[in-house]
Ligand binder design. Sequence first.
Ligand SMILES: Cc1cc2nc3c(=O)[nH]c(=O)nc-3n(C[C@H](O)[C@H](O)[C@H](O)COP(=O)(O)OP(=O)(O)OC[C@H]3O[C@@H](n4cnc5c(N)ncnc54)[C@H](O)[C@@H]3O)c2cc1C
Length: 413
Amino acid sequence: MPPNTEKKKLVILGSGFAALSLVRNINLNAYEVSIVSPRNHFLFTPLLPSTTVGTIEFRSIIEPIRTARDELRYFQAKCVSISGDSKSVKCETLQDGKTFELTYDYLVIAVGAVNNTFGIPGVREHALFLKELQDARAIRVKIIDNFERASAPNLPDEERRRLLHFVVVGGGPTGVEFAAELNDFVREDLVKWYPALIPYTRITLLEAARQILGTFDSRLSEYATRLFQRQSIEVKPNSPVKELREKEIIMHDGSSVPYGLVVWSTGIGPTELTLSLDFRRSKSARVVTDEFLRVEGSADTYAAGDCATPVDVNYPATAQVAQQEGKYLARQFNRMAKGKPPYPFTYRDLGMLAYVGNRRALANLPNVKGKGFATFLFWRSAYLTRLVSIKNKVLVLFDWVKASVFGRDISSF
Ligand SMILES: Cc1cc2nc3c(=O)[nH]c(=O)nc-3n(C[C@H](O)[C@H](O)[C@H](O)COP(=O)(O)OP(=O)(O)OC[C@H]3O[C@@H](n4cnc5c(N)ncnc54)[C@H](O)[C@@H]3O)c2cc1C
């Protein structure tokens, strides 16, 4: 689409929660919007753990970013530098690394974050992460591959036990939900197709802190721990990892834990781009903005979502913060186009939900703390309504029905 020179040029870096809610709410009569992101789709991460075992299929939780609005310009590239002086961003195409520049009147940085390994040796080489769709796919393949390898005749029992030891490092909501989904998969599906291997199968959740789900009410976190123990998921608090080797985890106390798969989920850190920028950063290395989400010291550069935080507050790195910020920015841009002054951003905490397995969930809402089967129904309906398109809603609903009627698929390819 040829650029429209009468409109103000708005460049958005990223195609995640902040970017999508901004794009969906901005007045396209006033702005010519260009999106730059290496990922050409939006990913609904809250349901990503369900895709690792096939409760939900991969394509059911993504939406191409080009389809968000009719008049968008999208470039599949990553931004590698920003020049405030020339009001331009330098980008590198995903396919061949060729560079190009885009100029802007306004820039929104919404590049999210990356997995944090805290510099622990071996993690990047040997662990799998759970952040993008390809991570979920790699985990799904690895689970099935390990079961197939463990089925081979003449394998020593010790090796079979190692292959089928699934370890999750990090007891936050993502680690907990993955452990829960995996356990459902083992108990409901794999038990039918690999009955002889079930006695060798173990799931362990390692958490460096005193308890799992540290951001939830302590009664909910204790409930999740008890539920996990009843379901034979071994929860090990106070268990920091020192090093990850190809087949064993070295713990801080010097002990060694053989494993077949490690999923690393210990939190997030800044992207390469965020680190390279010449802006002030918070303690957690997020770009510091003012209360209008404008990058400190800049009149035309804004930052939202996991990569940024307003000064003096450290909003949680969650989809709901990113979404609210994106929507807020769209409103501000729309007001600006009408010559109206901006008003500051305020965050409304809607609470947190987590699936803990066996059709049980937790709801840590501002006024209600819920748990159990009724909360599981609430969890499902909440996410179904928050999915971004009717197509996604129908597909996810269909996947849930399919998994409960026919079981989850165990093919690997
Ligand atoms: C498994 C999982 C489960 C989660 N569950 C929940 C939940 O239940 N509830 C909740 O509130 N939050 C949840 N989160 C957190 C939530 O996903 C994030 O807080 C949210 O995605 C942040 O939105 P964002 O727009 O800042 O970044 P993202 O959604 O991560 O998007 C960042 C975008 O920037 C792009 N990008 C990266 N580098 C560049 C670059 N150099 N140039 C251009 N583009 C770039 C990326 O490709 C991506 O499109 C979960 C996260 C994960 C991983």
